[in-house]
Design a protein around this ligand. Structure first.
Ligand code: PLP
Length: 407
């Protein structure tokens, strides 16, 4: 009989085992080589700078696009909420875990993204899980872009209906796939508004047209769009198609400087999700400090739209500079700017050189990206200074040349 834990032991002790699974190196071997880029403890984080092992690094790995995690209003709102409500709701939204504050945030979010109702979940991951698994029933079909976020894929796996993938941002391929769906099946198309690795924007007007032609509903996960595109209101607003997009999902763990997620749509659909989404009903609700922080961040976002302009200006400057240096940054149009490396082991070595040069980036290797498409994911904040950007570009130029990414 096979011991269920045998794979864990082999993964832990035998470098060849991890490599056979597709990892560029086992965790231990990567640590021995000094290129293990994951679970790195930060001693302090001050937004654009972090301290690790006593060294300060410029943070290019955060989704804190508007730089609000250290904003005095946001921090004050969270502290005051601890004083008023304590640290946890100790129950699910469905039962004892709904505060009036959740309702207030839901109303504000619905208005902000232009939908009738919104429903707050404890994370964006759970919002996708609950929304997809409750809506896509047996006999239904859910169609996902090949670069959709893992939480969408997991939500589809949990759903009883069938999942079909279409080529990235390719509405003609979606049209082809939808044409093959059986007549009786309910259809839901799901895309990231801003793709979380490539930083490109979904072609919503074309997707809307194809969905309408095939009687499919459209859901947009705007985790990286809210606060960033559409003057902050997201991808649907960016294209002026909010009324044609059926569901908008968002998270508070990026521009809104907190944790939590939501889905917004028409009243009956939200009511259904409220009473059928198991990730909402069987998990404790978002604690008050996090709700209050998201509300305060939304206040700042509405009051200071110039922050949205600033993060986009920072990002545009960096995209242009990387392209001028000769880096491959793909199709990025947003503050998510990937630097494509290709080989995973090489990406980990480049990561280490940047780390030594005082720049913190995220490295994305399979399964976060397809095999052979490893990248360094850089992302920008409204609060990055011009001086920090200069230092980043100097480091990238030197490291890129040393590793043969640019000439
Ligand atoms: C596109 C997308 N959707 C959903 C999520 C999950 O959000 P959360 O961090 O709130 O669970 C993420 C987070 O990385 C994401 O990038």
């Amino acid at each position: 009989m096979t011991d269920l834990f045998e794979k864990c032991r082999e993964f832990f002790t035998d470098p060849a085992y991890a490599e056979a699974l597709g990892y560029p190196a086992s965790p231990q071997r990567a640590k021995d080589l000094g290129i293990y880029a994951f679970f790195i403890p930060l001693d302090r984080s001050e937004g654009t700078e972090v301290t690790i092992g006593g060294r300060k690094l410029i943070m290019l790995g955060s989704n804190n696009y508007l730089g609000l995690t250290m904003h005095p209003d946001v921090r004050r709102a969270a502290s005051e909420a601890v004083g008023t409500f304590g640290t946890s709701c100790t129950g699910s939204r469905f039962l004892n875990g709904t505060l009036a504050l959740h309702g207030e945030l839901e109303q504000r979010l619905a208005t902000y993204v232009g939908k009738e109702k919104a429903l707050v979940f404890t994370t964006g991951y759970q919002a996708n899980l609950g929304t997809l698994s409750s809506l896509v029933g047996r006999g239904d079909i859910v169609l996902c872009d090949k670069e959709d976020h893992a939480s969408i894929v997991d939500g589809c796996r949990l759903a009883l209906g069938r999942m079909v993938r279409f080529r990235h941002n390719d509405f003609a391929d979606l049209d082809r796939v939808l044409a093959k769906c059986s007549d009786g099946a309910g259809r839901l198309v799901v895309v990231d508004g801003v793709f979380s690795m490539g930083g490109d924007i979904a072609l919503l007007p074309d997707l809307v047209r194809v969905c309408r032609a095939h009687g499919a509903r459209l859901m947009v996960d705007d985790a990286h769009g809210i606060g960033v595109v559409g003057r902050g209101r997201g991808t649907s607003a960016h294209y002026g198609v909010t009324d044609e997009v059926d569901l908008i999902v968002g998270t508070f763990s990026k521009s809104l400087a907190s944790i939590g997620g939501f889905v917004a749509g028409d009243e009956s659909t939200i009511c259904w999700i409220q009473h059928a989404a198991r990730s909402l009903m069987f998990s404790a609700s978002l604690p008050a400090p996090n709700v209050a922080a998201a509300l305060a961040a939304l206040d700042v976002l509405e009051r200071e739209p110039e922050r949205v302009d600033r993060v986009n200006r920072v990002a545009e400057r960096m995209r242009n500079a990387y392209r001028d240096l000769g880096f491959d940054i793909g199709e990025s149009q947003t503050p998510i700017v990937p630097i494509f490396v290709g080989d995973s082991l090489k990406a980990m070595h480049v990561w280490r050189s940047l780390f030594d040069a005082g720049i913190y980036v995220n490295v994305a290797i399979p399964p976060a990206v397809p095999p052979g498409k490893a990248l360094l994911r850089t992302s920008y904040m409204a609060t990055h200074t011009d001086e920090q950007m200069e230092r980043v570009l100097d480091a990238f130029a030197a490291v890129g040349k040393r590793h043969g990414l640019i000439s």
